[in-house]
Design a protein around this ligand. Structure first.
Ligand SMILES: Cc1cc2nc3c(=O)[nH]c(=O)nc-3n(C[C@H](O)[C@H](O)[C@H](O)COP(=O)(O)OP(=O)(O)OC[C@H]3O[C@@H](n4cnc5c(N)ncnc54)[C@H](O)[C@@H]3O)c2cc1C
Length: 570
């Protein structure tokens, strides 16, 4: 019997293998193309459970879970089965009226844009939303442990996950929430698959306490590797597997429901736009502003600004205004440009948001005072409609590049490093020199407050010589990030593009712990193989099929060779 028919026997949702569907699902927003065998649309968690059980009984097949597919790393790409949750698993619970700790139950296929409409009706927000908030869905936000413009104040997705329902590799669904010591002991004594996952992860963490603690990246945000250091909270005396599952790119289990914490949206806000002649004073200015607790501290470079100006009609459309009135909003900035004698090298957006109008005005006044000693031009923007022009430019820069640059493609492969913010002026010229020496042009935007920047190269990937540059430049670039004790990815995650480089920031001992983590959760390598942990090496004799089984079926192997051979050509 054809495999498709076999899957259909256990699966209520659609199972497709037509050329058009396979083509669509062979891409995300990364620079890779990987063709799946089947694309399935689970109706509910029963479907996913049955699919995982089917994959368990059919060696050589795996399940890669996918939400909106806006990942920039190849995370939701697979040569086996891709399961898209956005079609059917997209329900959202009611949001309770009361104030205080407010939470909402949501399925992974809900698009953030729809979710936000509902939360904002109640004056609430999930403030870790990414710049791709109009594209992404909640499952992928969990899978990547996303972050965005408000992360500086509120943190990443990991800070908002209260509970989840997760399908583990035995094909059963479990409730995952923080456990007290007593509850953990009970769980570990169960003697079943779930109990063994808890027991083995607990033992792994306890036995390697020091190595794990030292491996914790010393930066404000991180999405690289498995976050073993966050599971056991000695301060709270809790053990929370969600701290490991979030950001694991669907390699340890599939989330079927999340209980997420929401926060009150601040009622009042103003923006201070800063215009810099050079990058040199950025860290000092950031340090001067941080004590005033801005909600956002974002930045983009001159090239991104030029891009925004070039594609002003599209930016105007996105911000819901006509071109002329939109262009008129830039008059104050044009005047600043005259005074600066040219375009700024860098624009920094400082968002001050508080519960009262007076609170905002007071903080804005003090922030403006704090930046006076520096060589920057500034403008306080009080109108939402004027703020929006900058936000759209900041959020849309990658999308504009993706759509509009002729004969070149956005090649996100050094797109998300994070280093201690004070090192940025020293780090950036060295980082840009690596790209320059390879003849690569790039745009820069990012989260200045966190020291997290997105460098987006533009390349003609039809040329083999260009494609060859990607691993070579990644190698040098991530050596530099490691030298500055940074992370290779703060929010976008590892996927196909960075799994081969995890060894730049983690020791072989830590990589071994990641491998053991994967084996504890997923000994048969059913979930999204080759991401986070390479698939090439055998996992030892206890694992009948082991990680090597996946490689032989042609799935991602997490190596540079795999990365190189799957770069999009057309
Ligand atoms: C223009 C643009 C801007 C971006 N800006 C940001 C940014 O500011 N910050 C940021 O963090 N990212 C950013 N991204 C990357 C990406 O959009 C986000 O990380 C987003 O959260 C991914 O969501 P998605 O629904 O598209 O996920 P997908 O691409 O579908 O999946 C992402 C990962 O999550 C896993 N996953 C999906 N569903 C589940 C599930 N149910 N259970 C477990 N794992 C699951 C997938 O297997 C995959 O590995 C940007 C991308 C674009 C195109």
């Amino acid at each position: 019997m054809r495999l498709l028919e076999e899957i259909k026997k256990v699966f209520k949702g659609e199972v497709l293998d037509d050329e058009t569907t396979l083509k669509i699902y062979s891409r995300d927003a990364s620079l890779f193309e990987v063709g799946p065998k089947f694309v399935v649309f689970p109706r509910d968690s029963e479907d996913l459970k049955n699919l995982v059980k089917w994959a368990k009984d059919n060696p050589g097949h795996s399940v890669t879970i996918r939400a909106a597919g806006s990942d920039m790393t190849g995370g939701p790409l697979s040569e086996s089965i891709v399961a898209d949750v956005t079609k059917h698993m997209n329900k959202m619970g009611e949001i309770p009226e009361h104030r205080g700790l407010t939470s909402v139950l949501v399925e992974p296929g809900v698009f953030y844009r729809d979710f936000e409409k509902k939360t904002l009706e109640k004056g609430l927000i999930l403030p870790c939303y990414p710049a791709s908030k109009d594209l992404c869905a909640l499952g992928g936000m969990f899978g990547n442990n996303c972050a965005g413009e408000k992360t500086l104040r509120y943190g990443k997705m990991e800070n908002f996950v209260l509970e989840t329902k997760v399908i583990l590799s035995d094909g059963n669904e479990y409730l995952v929430k923080p456990l007290s010591r007593v509850a953990l002991d009970t769980k570990m004594a169960q003697g079943d698959f779930e109990g063994n996952v808890y027991k083995n992860i607990f033992n792994l963490i306890e036995a390697n306490r020091e190595v794990i603690e030292q491996a914790k990246p010393k930066v404000s945000k991180n999405s690289a590797g498995y976050y073993l250091w966050n599971v056991l909270s000695r301060a709270l005396d809790t053990f929370d597997l969600n701290k490991l599952l979030v950001g694991s790119q669907g390699t340890l289990g599939i989330v079927t429901e999340m209980k997420l914490k929401l926060v009150q949206e601040k009622k009042y806000h103003d923006m201070i736009a800063l215009f810099f002649k050079s990058w040199d004073e950025l860290p000092q200015v950031v340090n001067a502003i941080l004590p005033y607790d801005p909600e956002s501290l974002e930045t983009f470079d001159e090239d991104t600004l030029k891009l925004g100006l070039r594609f002003m009609p599209e930016i105007a459309r996105k911000s819901g205004t006509g071109l002329i009135s939109f262009a008129a909003k830039f008059i104050p900035e044009v005047l600043i440009g005259f005074r600066m004698l040219g375009l700024p090298k860098l624009i920094v957006l400082v968002e001050i948001a508080e519960e009262t109008e007076e609170g905002v005005k007071e903080k804005v006044k003090r922030t403006v005072e704090a930046i006076k000693p520096f060589n920057v031009w500034s403008r306080v923007i009080e109108k939402d409609s004027e703020e929006e022009k900058f936000w759209v430019m900041r959020r849309e820069s990658f999308n504009l590049l993706r759509k509009h640059v002729k004969n070149k493609k956005t090649a996100p492969f050094v797109d998300d490093f994070c280093i201690p913010a004070e090192k940025i002026p020293e780090f950036l010229p060295k980082a840009l020199k690596i790209l320059e020496e390879a003849g690569i042009d790039a745009n820069i935007a990012g989260h200045a407050g966190n020291g997290n920047f997105h460098i987006i190269p533009l390349m003609d990937l039809r040329k083999e010589s260009e494609r060859r540059k990607i691993p070579a430049v990644s190698d040098k670039f991530y050596d530099l990030v490691a030298e500055y004790k940074g992370t290779i990815t703060a929010e976008h995650n590892d996927g196909i593009v960075r799994t081969p480089y995890l060894g730049k920031m983690y020791s072989p001992e830590v990589l071994e712990l990641f491998k053991k983590t994967k084996e504890i959760f997923d000994p048969l390598n059913i979930f999204n193989p080759g991401k986070k942990v390479p698939s090439t090496r055998s996992m030892g004799s206890e694992s009948p099929r082991g990680i090597r089984g996946a490689t032989s079926s042609g799935q991602a192997d997490g190596t540079v060779g795999y990365l190189e051979s799957h770069i999009i050509i057309e």
